[in-house]
Design a protein around this ligand. Structure first.
Ligand code: C5J
Length: 225
């Protein structure tokens, strides 16, 4: 397609939009809305809202140039057979994975809370990866999908920065995919973990990847219009 220069840290990058994809991690009601998994763990879910408008802008810009967009959702089968007991047996038994909440059973596939927030809802032709773990490559067909389409670069958005975003970026890096994390399109329940999560990615010459913001990316994408 087209080659872009993207301002990023630790250094600017040259990206071929034809071999890049936008990966949006776990922008689910369960993490972003009251009554879901995030709140069940005692978090202030309103802290994640700031990432929604910039993520939406990037999503629409990616769609406009025909960039591959992939969404992920963290969650489990209704019988919990894919959920490690260690993960399930955390927190209040009435308010943990599989328990019934205001948005259906917490973090269970097919329940309202498991779905992606309306602002970022996938189009019919955008793949949605259902993952049982933190990393989007663990027990999923994401890698196969990326390799089949010749993707080598991932623009990464989503929640939470230090958990599922960081785990996925590390998995991607080990598999040879270049990650460019969009700082304002990611969020954490803990602002200090958000900052630390981004710092860890771009440290040591970009040991796991690069970091930029939605604005520099949108500026680069606008040059294609
Ligand atoms: C968490 C996630 N935080 N998507 N999941 O449990 O980051």
């Amino acid at each position: 397609m087209a080659r872009l220069t993207v301002e990023s840290e630790p250094a600017p990058l040259s990206v071929d939009t034809g071999t890049a994809a936008l990966l949006i991690i776990d922008m689910q009601r369960d993490f972003l809305e009251p009554g879901g998994f995030g709140e069940a763990l005692g978090n202030d879910v309103s802290r994640l809202q700031a990432a929604v408008p910039p993520c939406r802008e990037v999503l629409f810009a990616a769609r406009k140039i025909g960039m591959l967009v992939i969404h992920t959702r963290e969650g489990h089968r209704a019988d919990l057979s894919d959920a490690p007991p260690l993960k399930v047996e955390r927190g209040d038994p009435n308010n943990r994975i599989g328990a019934r909440g205001p948005m259906g059973r917490i973090l269970i596939r097919g329940e309202p809370g498991h779905d992606i927030i309306p602002e970022l809802y996938p189009l019919r032709d955008e793949p949605v990866i259902d993952k049982p773990g933190k990393g989007a490559f663990y027990q999923t067909d994401l890698e196969l999908m990326l390799r089949n389409r010749g993707i080598d670069t991932l623009f990464v958005c989503g929640v939470t920065t230090e958990v599922c975003v960081n785990t996925t970026v590390r998995e991607a890096n080990d598999r040879g995919f270049r990650c460019i994390v969009l700082s304002d399109c990611c969020a954490s329940y803990f602002p200090q973990f958000h900052e630390a999560g981004l710092a860890m990615i771009k440290a040591q010459g970009g040991i796991f990847g690069s970091v930029t913001g939605s604005k520099p990316l949108l500026k680069s994408l606008a040059t294609l219009a």
